[in-house]
Design a protein around this ligand. Sequence first.
Ligand SMILES: [Zn+2]
Length: 604
Amino acid sequence: MSRDVKQAYKNGTRSMDGKPGKNYWQNHGRYAITITAMPPGRTVKGTETITYINNSPDTLRSPSIKLFLNIHKPGAPREFGATPDYLTPGVHVDECKVNGQTIQVRSDQFVFTNLPVKLPKPLLPHDSVQFSFDWHYEISLRSGREGMIDSTTYFLAYFYPRVAVYDDYNGWDRMPFMESHEFYSDFNDYDVTINVPKNYIVVGTGTLQHPENLLQPTFLKRYNESFTSDQTIQIVTKQDWQAKNITTQNAVNSWRFSSVNVPDVAFGISDHFNWDGCSVVVDDATRRRAGAFAAYNDTAADYHHVAQYARHSLDWLSHHWPGIPYPYEKTTVFQGYAGMEYPMMANDESYEDTTFSRFVAEHEIAHTYMPFYMGINETRYGFMDEGWATTFEILIGRADLGVEKAEETYKQFRVEGWINDPSPGEDVPIVGPGDNRIGQALGDNEYGKASLGYLAMKDLLGDELFKKCLHEYMNRWHGKHPLPWDFFFTFNDVAKKNLNWFWSNWFFSHNYIDLAIKSTTRLGNDYSVTIENIGGMAAPVNIIANYSDGTKESFHQTPVIWQSNQGKATVKISSKKKVESISLDGGIFMDADTTNNTWKEKAF
Ligand SMILES: [Zn+2]
């Protein structure tokens, strides 16, 4: 446990049984935002007021305001190179007020994604402060997580000045936004108005207010119907756009969305995208339905199915894994150039292979639970977010595609890159801190390795107990900011087992997976197989007995075989037939060196 986290447990903001501590607190903001985007003009103008509530016991003097889109500013630190069409002048703060009083903020060339603001008067514990910002920026021509999709289709994300998180273990989050460390946000309330020209639709986070003032009756009817329809309703089609009478015919329409207790908002606007919608019951107890929408260019063949892929994701995630009803009103998958999640929104590429389109939609929608519902600090502990999305991805994949195909995909995308690469960045401890990592040291430790860790624990505890632990963790921490230790301690607490040997082995070590058969001894039909754990990781493994008649039998071993001795385990198997050889097969728990995985009976 790092020193800052130790201190949080000492202060009682967190508790060693895995529950939020009796002194737990988090800060909160109420955002009223108005954004004006008038394509093909690239300037986006914004004005907002933020009521920021200090629930901490600390007096705050110098908050950090996140200006994420300064990542487009020349010279900004970023993980990847920037092409000329990615660069913009960045975010111009036209005015900043604190409690109604205009204050000067820095605008020099060294201000990037964190704007330090000195409060004229300190913000006392349990008091609030009001910030007002007027700002503008040019939307980036090159679109990734956000930006221009085409000259009249914009994806607006990371677009508003946001108060950085002030938390109980790290204080102000002043980490620069450089791309893949995607989210760490307070749970805020958002009232967002997006001004666009007539005949533009706006989709995104939150409940659309008064759609009857925005959509012509035909389209309003279809929009409303989608919330009760299993089948996809084509709300707006390519043909519909030709009449140029989709929306109310004001010069400018104001699309207003409200959402409560969400960590972020994102929106897509377009004057020619198809808009599909359908819905599904996500909560059987209350019969609550959630909407699944897609917005896309008519030429994207796969996207004609995406509303149903999204619907299937909501259904499966709500009913199987994690098996918690989808917590929002709807989701929308918007065609762009990323594979990127936002609350109630995904920005996904179009693919030729619809199986892959569905795979990406499922992954991004799975993020609803982590990092959004659970308030994960993805910037520092991204494995608590991507590791779970990757885990839900294979679990839903097994249901969609069958075990074999899903595991093949998982190995190819999530495991091979790590296990076949002997460089030291791959084998750093999963726990991080991720804020000091980039490249493979970040990616593989957050996605594949972490996911395998969760799946190994699932194997160890069995599905029922694992789900009980997961649900209790989610129940204790949703809407809050859990740390890795809150997760580990909750599992220990609910499983009534000290699983620290496992957490330590998987998440705090330089281990990797390499098992070897050291020796095998036979007594009658019983074989005693001694497995050496060369890589050190407490991975589950199948011991395969290959029989002389060409058949084989698999003896599954959960990670419990490593509990008492993580270097060596002896396992007894009873064969029914004549054994020719014995081999180890980890399945998705791929072995870095398979040359030592087989023992052969000597020929007599
Ligand atoms: Zn992801």
